[in-house]
Design a protein around this ligand. Structure first.
Ligand SMILES: Cc1cc2nc3c(=O)[nH]c(=O)nc-3n(C[C@H](O)[C@H](O)[C@H](O)COP(=O)(O)O)c2cc1C
Length: 212
């Protein structure tokens, strides 16, 4: 059986979690053959022939990232004199494509319809994350999200990952793989929590020092 873990990551934390989930899938009872791809490199063709898709991304302002939130951080870094032009190009690419944009590109090509989702989010701000919204986007494209959306914690916006979370991601990946051998329970189809009201956006902007 084949699986793909597709992730978005600005500072490398979600990438590490994605790799741990992939390890878990590969070591599960289903012994999946797993590819791990950043959204900036994942092609719609990567979904052909898959049995399972895992999608993950960072939480920005309690939601999936958007071009606007990615540019807030990229802008401040890309102008740093310590960055090479190659780095700047890479950051511009990161700003252009996130999970949101990638999901919009996959609608007609996917051959698998089984999926799971995760996000990374702050340890001290863990209530809402991007994962339920990623799940909602996948469902809108006909996927069954077969596990409760999962959040993995980071210490600060740049990381590192909270101790023990990488191991938790691997265990989660193993459980997902094992679950593939059982009939689908579709537990993730419950409505995601309500997020994203304007006062929350203001709170997020204040917390991150972002001008509205
Ligand atoms: C602009 C911006 C907004 C953020 N907003 C939130 C938030 O609302 N809630 C939260 O838990 N973390 C928030 N974070 C922290 C991210 O969750 C953290 O940067 C991310 O998990 C790191 O993953 P990465 O290294 O893969 O980019 C924010 C980070 C940035 C840069």
């Amino acid at each position: 059986m084949k699986a793909a873990v597709v992730y978005e990551s600005m500072f490398g934390n979600t990438k590490m979690i994605a790799e741990a989930v992939a390890d878990g899938l590969a070591q599960s009872g289903a012994a999946l053959d797993v590819v791990v791809r950043p959204v900036t490199e994942a092609m719609p063709e990567d979904l052909v022939g898959l049995d399972f898709l895992v999608v993950g991304g960072p939480t920005h302002l309690r939601r999936m990232t958007s071009r606007r939130t990615r540019e807030m951080r990229v802008g401040s870094r890309a102008t740093s004199s310590s960055r090479s032009s190659n780095d700047s190009e890479e950051w511009a690419q990161v700003a252009a494509t996130g999970v949101r944009e990638w999901l919009a590109s996959i609608s007609d090509v996917a051959t698998t319809k089984r999926a799971a989702v995760f996000d990374t989010r702050l340890r001290y701000f863990p209530a809402d994350g991007a994962a339920p919204l990623i799940a909602r986007c996948l469902r809108a494209r006909g996927y069954r999200v077969e596990a409760v959306p999962r959040g993995f914690l980071v210490e600060s916006a740049l990381g590192p990952i909270v101790k023990g979370e990488t191991e938790r991601a691997k265990v989660w990946g193993m459980a997902l793989g094992d679950q593939l051998l059982a009939p689908c329970t579709c537990r993730g189809d419950a409505a995601p929590p309500r997020v994203g009201r304007s006062f929350r956006m203001s709170l997020g902007q204040a917390r991150w020092g972002i001008a509205p």
